[in-house]
Design a protein around this ligand. Sequence first.
Ligand code: HEM
Length: 374
Amino acid sequence: MCSPAFSHNHIKEMVPTMAIPAQTLGKIWEGRVDASENGSVEFNVALTVPGNEVSQAYHQLLTGVSLTTLMLRLYVPFYVDVPFKHNRIRKQSIQIIEQVTAKIIQKKRARILADKEDSEDGKDLMSILIRANEQIGTLDDGRLTDTELKAQIMTFIGAGHETTAVTVTWMLHIFSTHPDVQRKVRQEMLRNIGLPTEDNKCPLSYDALNALPYLNACVKELLRFIPPVPNTSRVATHDDKILGYDIPKGTHIVLSAAAWHKLKSVYGEDAEEFKPERWMDPSSFSEEEQKSIKFVTPDMTWAYIPFLTRPRNCIGSKFATIGVKILLYYLLMNLEYAPVPGFKFKKSPRFVMRPDPGMRLIVKRFQHDTHVTY
Ligand code: HEM
């Protein structure tokens, strides 16, 4: 029931809806820069929504505890019921998320039943899911109960929010340390899409954004270089033998994108470098340049698992990729990013790979040169 909501056609229609918060965020950041004394301001670009209780609740759930606690919760039955402070916070967070999700479903369903189906604001993922469910007659036909629908939507928010947010945060970090990459992405956007117009009409479309080869390569390379979901695991359902190793039924097997993506045997000696060119069409480079790049070929993609692989790969991969591109467009058109001298962070691999303690960058207005044709 959920898969059609993530289809090409639906995601295409969602672009203007996704652009609204992205544009708002861009404007907020531009406002902070304009309000500063010297036109440049240093702040944490990690995408969170201060004061938003759901955002905070998910943050608590996904990052607020140590790795040991996460393991205990996963493997020790009833551990979550022991009244430690972190377990109480976990319960409260789940309660907040459940209540807010239930309210959203109620509100959106009321709009759908009131026949507002043609309105632009019904083109978001939740409305599409609720509408699809309403159209299924009975539970026997596969209709989800309210509890199931709520659980699905909570999963989408949980699986989609932090992952997409850290992808954009890490991309801005890469822009700050690779000014040439930042310049090329902005230039490609300006040349092919142009600046947002004053009338606030969305200049973006799914096809236009996906037709930008350098941006595509940067997003693919970012997901290789710093996979937002660094590790996941599976449990063997039967005894097996893999590459000579006995794998007894019940073995937990960690699949580590963070490790596979850096395999020099696959990606070459420069696997530890951020090089979007490896994802591009070799014919766009001179023969001399081609010799210095190890291009990604289909036989290498077994070692590329930012969204895992079928059959249970990420249902939201297309949704996430276009969301990241939309955010980058609005954050890059009028702003530029530089590293903060001396700022130290580490990569913190929990469910998602977050920068700890955040990602501080220097943000300035990008000065458009009116004499340049992009
Ligand atoms: C850059 C952003 C994202 C990354 C890197 C990512 C990564 C992943 C990965 C690695 C898995 C497999 C986990 C496992 O089975 O062990 C997964 C599953 C999943 N993702 Fe994403 N995800 C992203 C965004 C999203 C978004 C935006 C949504 C929804 C709107 C979403 C919804 C899901 C769901 C529902 C699953 C479970 C699918 C299933 O088991 O059938 N994800 N994701």
